[in-house]
Write a protein that binds this ligand. Structure first.
Ligand SMILES: [Zn+2]
Length: 305
């Protein structure tokens, strides 16, 4: 056969089960400056790019590890949505929940815990964006409300770290009711003269911004976080105007008086502790009481590393 008549075989693609020689997740590319960062270096910088200080998103557990001095006690970790509307969108909500629970190991989009921040016993709720966009359904609303009530009962300050796309649409009006419920609990905290610090991280939007995230005695944001109610595209279409540069970012909101502070994640803990001391919170030297004596909500508090 003449050479030009040879049938060329296409190069065979890599078999799917053949492992790549580059280990997964060893390096991260900074979405802001493009710097390739060794994953282990990010641990030391709390997931902040060492070159341009871009704040990469972190999960709820990492957030608690960053804020607390040592161990914390988690509450209500077993609460799970019952899918009250039997909601179906592109797939049934029940299936979406099950898949997310399996992927994240969490039952819903918030971790509520008590622990010490520079020695100050504090009730902290940290939201988890990877759980259905950190959306607030019945469980998130209930857990945060309980975290506030726990603070009321034990006279502790409250810190809520928001990272959320807003209310959980799959729970309809029930998720919207959580806005009022959490705000009601915060009003009682305010009357009891206990401090509440709201930490807004990328992104904080929708029903979370429209309720507790903006109600802090101090509203602290991370740099360049997206914070808003509706997304910029929806607003542009509604008002038929081009939005200004940096609209809905922390720096813009600080300038317009919507925020009190923008704090680098690496300084967040000491800023929060200083603010709490300023607001009268005192360092508690004695150990926290045993969990079973302080669970007023039928929860099964389990110590967590
Ligand atoms: Zn960078």
């Amino acid at each position: 056969m003449a050479w030009f008549k040879k049938v060329r075989k296409p190069i065979e693609p890599l078999a799917k089960n053949q492992p790549s020689r580059v280990p997964e997740g060893l390096w991260v590319k900074c979405p802001s400056c493009g710097e390739v960062i060794y994953n282990k270096d990010l641990v030391g910088t709390l997931n902040v790019c060492p070159k341009c200080a871009h704040h990469l998103r972190i999960g709820a557990e990492e957030r608690l590890r960053m804020l607390f001095d040592d161990d914390w006690i988690e509450y209500d970790s077993g609460l799970q949505s019952t899918d009250p509307l039997k909601f179906v969108d592109t797939k049934p909500y029940r299936k979406r929940l099950d898949a997310t629970i399996a992927a994240t190991g969490m039952k819903d989009a918030v971790i509520c815990a008590t622990g010490r921040i520079e020695g100050i016993e504090t009730s902290v709720a940290a939201m988890e964006y990877s759980f259905i966009g950190g959306s607030m359904g019945v469980v998130v609303g209930e857990k945060i409300t309980r975290a506030i009530e726990r603070a009321l009962e034990r006279r502790l300050p409250v810190v809520i770290v928001s990272s959320s796309g807003g209310a959980r649409m799959m729970e309809g009006a029930l998720s919207l009711m959580q806005m009022a419920k959490v705000c009601g609990a915060l009003a009682r905290l305010d009357r009891a003269r206990l401090p509440f610090i709201s930490v807004l991280t990328d992104p904080t939007t929708g029903g979370v911004t429209a309720s507790f995230a903006m109600l802090g005695d101090l509203n602290i944001a991370e740099p360049k976080a997206l914070i808003g109610f509706a997304g910029p595209r929806v607003i542009e279409q509604t008002i038929r105007q081009t939005l200004p540069e940096g609209f809905q970012r922390s720096e813009f909101l600080l300038e317009k008086g919507m925020l009190d502070l923008i704090v680098d994640r690496r300084e967040m803990k000491s800023v929060i502790a200083n603010a709490l001391r300023f607001m009268g919170a005192r360092t508690r030297v004695q150990a926290a009481p045993a969990p079973e004596t302080l669970a007023p909500v039928g929860a099964e508090p389990a110590p967590q590393a």
